[in-house]
Design a protein. Structure first.
Length: 344
């Protein structure tokens, strides 16, 4: 009888212990995940957005849930089934241990909080110049009934690039700035004329004055960071005939070996990414020198980037599709990280 009672007591203790363990498990262990099939051309941002999840908030959770099913650089595989994070869990918005989150109103309400999650670009300083702005919309194209303006799309890609560089620990100066646009996720970006030049200068209509203004802004800042790694990146959209599609291409000053090297690294990064994402497509972006005023007259090594032809239907999708604008920023970031690492 004594042994039997002891045995019963032991079983009760085991059951109680198991109950306490199970009841203390995190709530997400009991969540059921919705599954979706990736379509051709999907990226994680597009997939999350299509299912009502804000990509910056849920990106990390999605990767954690599906890592074994993702390709290189977390690429989705068409036809593969993925689990979606539970809406409202908001765990992925938490910064990694030791990371710092800062707020930058220039990115807009949705994207203003930036988590500095690595130090890959610590010590690097970038001056980002989005083309045109203020009274000058730059190149203009038509997409159906919509007018596409170079300054709006170049600025949105520039903002996205700035945010990615900051995430990796860089110091970034936006030379062309807009007080209220922020990063926009729409296809058709409404044009306006309220951009200004850093720090708070009205952009003149005269082109020569406008270029000198930007050159002066960069050079004054350069002198404050003499001991740092510095780059000036100008982002534009080209205008050619409607029948001429072009790939992203790069200019540098003919006297600058460093600028040529940076441009070449960026070009090679795009070549590699296209081979990964669209095998067989081919990439024909070029690197060449050109006598451009801002590239020639700013102190830091400079790269001038043309994102495509605003009049060609295929190139236009490179601008108007939100995920494509983000991909441009992501790939530019990859190239700039390599440029920094090979020049430290």
């Amino acid at each position: 009888m004594f042994c039997s009672n002891l045995h019963i007591k032991w079983l009760k203790d085991v059951i109680l212990t198991l109950f306490l363990i199970l009841s203390s498990l995190p709530a997400f262990a009991q969540e059921s995940y919705k599954t979706v099939e990736a379509q051709k051309g999907d990226g994680i941002y597009l997939l999350l957005r299509r299912h009502g999840l804000n990509p910056p908030d849920y990106l990390n959770d999605f990767i954690a849930l599906n890592k074994p099913l993702l390709g290189k650089d977390n690429m989705l595989i068409s036809g593969c089934t993925y689990r979606l994070p539970v809406a409202g869990s908001a765990r992925s918005s938490k910064a990694p241990a030791g990371a710092v989150t800062r707020s930058y109103s220039i990115f807009g309400e949705k994207y203003k909080n930036v988590t500095i999650s690595s130090s890959e670009l610590s010590g690097a300083v970038y001056y980002l110049v989005a083309g045109h702005g203020g009274p000058d919309p730059g190149a203009m194209g038509k997409y159906g009934s919509h007018t596409l303006c170079e300054d709006e799309y170049a600025y949105d890609v520039t903002l996205r690039l700035a945010r990615k560089l900051i995430e990796k620990g860089a110091s970034v100066y936006l030379i062309t700035r807009d007080p209220n646009d922020g990063i926009r996720d729409g296809q058709f970006l409404k044009p306006d004329k309220d951009e200004y030049c850093y720090p708070n200068l009205k952009i003149p209509l005269n082109q020569n004055q406008r270029l000198r203004q930007r050159k002066d802004a960069v050079n004054k800042l350069y002198l404050k960071h003499k001991k740092d790694f510095q780059r000036m990146i100008a982002i534009h959209v080209d205008s050619r005939s409607r029948g001429e599609d072009i790939d992203v291409f790069f200019y540098h000053d003919r006297r600058s070996k460093t600028g040529r090297k940076a441009a070449t690294i960026l070009r090679n990064t795009f070549d590699r990414k296209y081979n990964e994402k669209q095998p067989g497509r081919g990439y024909h972006g070029t690197v060449s020198s050109r006598n451009l005023y801002v590239v020639k007259n700013t102190y830091p090594p400079a790269v001038y980037i043309e994102l495509g032809n605003i009049n060609h239907s295929r190139d236009q999708k490179r601008f108007i599709v939100t995920d494509n604008r983000q991909a441009l920023a992501n790939w530019l970031t990859l190239g700039l990280v390599k440029d920094f690492q090979t020049n430290k």
